[in-house]
Ligand binder design. Sequence first.
Ligand SMILES: NC(=O)C1=CN([C@@H]2O[C@H](COP(=O)(O)OP(=O)(O)OC[C@H]3O[C@@H](n4cnc5c(N)ncnc54)[C@H](O)[C@@H]3O)[C@@H](O)[C@H]2O)C=CC1
Ligand SMILES: Nc1nc(=O)c2c([nH]1)NC[C@@H]1CN(c3ccc(C(=O)N[C@@H](CCC(=O)O)C(=O)O)cc3)CN21
Length: 290
Amino acid sequence: MDAAGSPAKDASRALLAGFSLEMTGKDIPGLDDAAALLPPGTRVNVTFLGNEDLEMRLAAARAVQAHGLVPVPHISARRLASHDALEEFLARLQEAGLSEHVFVVGGDPATPEGPYASSLDVIRTGILGDYGVREVNIAGYPEGHPDIPEAELWAALEHKTAALAEQGLASVIITQFAFDLDAVLAWIAQVRQRGIRSLIRVGTPGPAGIKRLLAFASRFGIGANAMIVRKYGFSLTNLMGTAGPEKFVAELGRRLATDPAAGEVALHFYTFGGLPATAEWVRSHGGEGS
Ligand SMILES: NC(=O)C1=CN([C@@H]2O[C@H](COP(=O)(O)OP(=O)(O)OC[C@H]3O[C@@H](n4cnc5c(N)ncnc54)[C@H](O)[C@@H]3O)[C@@H](O)[C@H]2O)C=CC1
Ligand SMILES: Nc1nc(=O)c2c([nH]1)NC[C@@H]1CN(c3ccc(C(=O)N[C@@H](CCC(=O)O)C(=O)O)cc3)CN21
């Protein structure tokens, strides 16, 4: 590990300022345990999984707010059964003061459950601002997506950022997690070349069991070959171990420090190993929250 005050540690520290992280609707106990470790105002995304319902999602967002943190509720376009379901969720968020920031994503179902096939469809309803939304977070894919062609992903990113700007809404890009830093940096460069200047939050797994990380990587179509994961800091022959993002974050910080064209970049932690473990990891590596 790098000594305190070393260039690597300083680069991690700079990158960790303004980090955000993610919880599932079920993870209120984990949030309660982690909250004291998180800087006030830290953004906490609340997932929109198929095995959660409206009340669970709202309860989690309220719990985030009650801890002095900022909820970023997810809205999954393909999981919305109707236009009413979208309006009901937004209205419930707004009445509880939880609607300022949202993450709008397409959703994993191969067939939409209602009228929205993509996050752009939800954005194009034009109603987000009516419910107090000020900032819309959208997804980015440094390694592509297993079911969506590359050109379609780029077109979607451009159309979404343009539509949000037209509506006077801020946009932030949160990337799918990745172990391959070169892919992440090359993708950031492409985003900027396309003239998109939004803050990019690089999706980063919190410390977690290697088996668990690999299972999630395989489920979401994320590259994890032997060379990439060795560089990241774990070995495929020791699946019982735990892997943290220390090398990934330090190296990303170092490379961004000499790359002004990358623009504004922060980190977003996927807490596969639990919210408290991620909060402790960030704290011990110098994070200051968003
Ligand atoms: N990055 C993340 O943290 C998360 C990603 N996802 C998944 O990533 C995928 C894309 O979401 P966005 O980036 O918001 O794309 P998007 O909603 O902007 O859509 C981009 C293009 O891909 C198509 N598309 C969307 N979802 C699809 C799917 N499941 N299968 C096939 N085509 C699809 C759309 O029709 C559109 O043409 C979805 O499957 C989404 O559920 C889901 C939850 C979290
Ligand atoms: N394409 C795609 N779909 C997603 O749903 C998704 C991504 N990508 N990228 C990463 C984030 C993180 N995601 C998740 C999803 C589930 C849990 C989770 O803890 N789920 C279970 C436990 C299941 C298990 O242990 O395998 C749960 O209790 O719901 C965590 C993060 C969802 N996300």
